[in-house]
Write a protein that binds this ligand. Structure first.
Ligand SMILES: [Zn+2]
Length: 76
């Protein structure tokens, strides 16, 4: 029980961070969508780490792309 909650969390279908079903999903603001629709690359400001199967959210990351890269490296 000494493990951090993030590593022990399991969604309703039994997956946890590290499983192929658990993926980062980028959430853009309306402004972000508008900018991207103009063909301009817009950095993700918010990423949900969630199960692609049931949609349960494990974690929410707010920040720029570098932050996400660091996160993915840690959990690889
Ligand atoms: Zn799930």
């Amino acid at each position: 029980m000494s493990l951090p909650e993030r590593e022990t969390m399991v969604c309703t279908c039994g997956y946890s961070i590290g499983d192929p079903w658990v993926v980062p999903k980028q959430r853009y603001s309306l402004f972000g969508w508008f900018v991207m629709s103009c063909g301009i690359s817009y950095p993700a400001k918010r990423v949900n780490i969630e199960c692609d199967h049931c949609g349960e959210v494990f974690d929410v990351i707010e920040g720029d792309g570098k932050f996400l890269e660091e996160y993915m490296r840690r959990n690889r």
